[in-house]
Design a protein around this ligand. Structure first.
Ligand code: RIB
Ligand code: CA
Length: 304
């Protein structure tokens, strides 16, 4: 039985690959996409999500979410994904619209109407998830678990110690990590290993129209390169859901720094239990890279 999921995302070129996998993995049932400001503005991430769903003629509702972090000014990663957030492919015009309710209400209604608790997947800043928990705390009971791409037990990629999704909205991440939700964290410790090899990237245009489109986007994606390999950060969150055996997890106490002038947005991952605090996050510390690559090839071959 495919696992129902709700995906909160900031497309974003690696988000596009994650959305493809979420749509075409037989293990998953993508029920709702919500968008958040992150890689680019929420207007652009929403437009990008709609373009992708139109490309695949996928019948998945989209609801627009937060336009800024909880407290801090918005920043972006256009230097990685291009000004549009999904540079490189000429998506056709379409008339697809978002739901006429904001992301928070869309997630709340989906959770209320679900017969069983639903898995949330967040592959952008955690602003929408934090707002959901603040405004509708009863929803927590209907969330089976939260799987994120975010954080790092080691160095960062947006600040010296902060991974982008966390560092954009540290206050949101701190609220989510302290919420008591069951959380699986796919951070840079595994996503920096999740590299698609140049040979595979070169084979994409011949795979199918999805491969052709992703190849065009990947040619503009700056987390690695087509000649050395590209880091598929967001795909890891989907991969864990479809193939958890590819990952090595460790239950850890994780706190998010929000005060430090130089360290705000750092996920402090207490791997050795120094603080003697109960573990609140399952942290992915290792990845079967060849198994991941095999899964990516398999799932993208299922796309049109
Ligand atoms: O650090 C990588 C994360 O930041 C990914 O989710 C990427 O899409 C960007 O949002
Ligand atoms: Ca993302």
């Amino acid at each position: 039985m495919p696992l129902p999921i709700i995906l909160d995302t900031d497309p974003g070129i690696d988000d596009a690959a994650a959305i493809a996998a979420a749509l075409f993995s037989p293990a998953l049932d993508l029920q709702l996409i919500t968008t958040v400001a992150g890689n680019v503005s929420v207007e652009k991430t929403t437009r990008n999500a709609l373009q992708l769903l139109h490309f695949w003629q996928a019948d998945v509702p989209v609801a627009q979410g937060a336009s800024t972090p909880l407290l801090r000014p918005a920043r972006d990663a256009a230097y990685v994904h291009g000004e549009s957030g999904m540079e490189g492919y000429p998506f056709v015009e379409h008339r697809r619209q978002t739901l006429d309710k904001p992301a928070l209400l869309a997630i709340r209604d989906a959770l209320i109407n679900a017969p069983e608790p639903v898995t949330l997947v967040a592959i952008g800043p955690l602003t929408n998830i934090a707002l959901l928990l603040i405004q509708y705390p009863a929803c927590r009971e209907k969330i089976r678990r939260l799987v994120i791409m975010g954080g790092s037990a080691g160095r960062g990629n947006f600040t010296p110690t902060g991974e982008f999704n966390i560092a954009i909205d540290p206050e949101a991440a701190a609220r989510v990590f302290a919420s008591g939700l069951e959380i699986v964290m796919c951070g840079l410790d595994v996503t920096n290993k999740a590299v698609l090899a140049p040979e595979f990237l070169a084979s994409l245009p011949g795979l199918n129209r999805t491969g052709k489109m992703l190849h065009a986007l990947f040619s503009h994606y700056r987390s690695g390169s087509m000649s050395t390999g590209l880091r598929m950060h967001d795909l890891c969150a989907i991969a864990w859901l479809a193939r958890p055996e590819l990952f090595t997890l460790k239950p850890c106490f994780v706190a998010v720094e929000t005060e430090g002038r130089w360290t705000a947005g750092t996920t402090v991952v207490d791997i050795d239990g120094r603080y003697e605090q109960p573990a609140n996050v399952q942290v992915a510390l290792d990845l079967d890279v060849e198994g991941f690559r095999g899964w990516v090839a398999e799932v993208l071959a299922l796309a049109p």
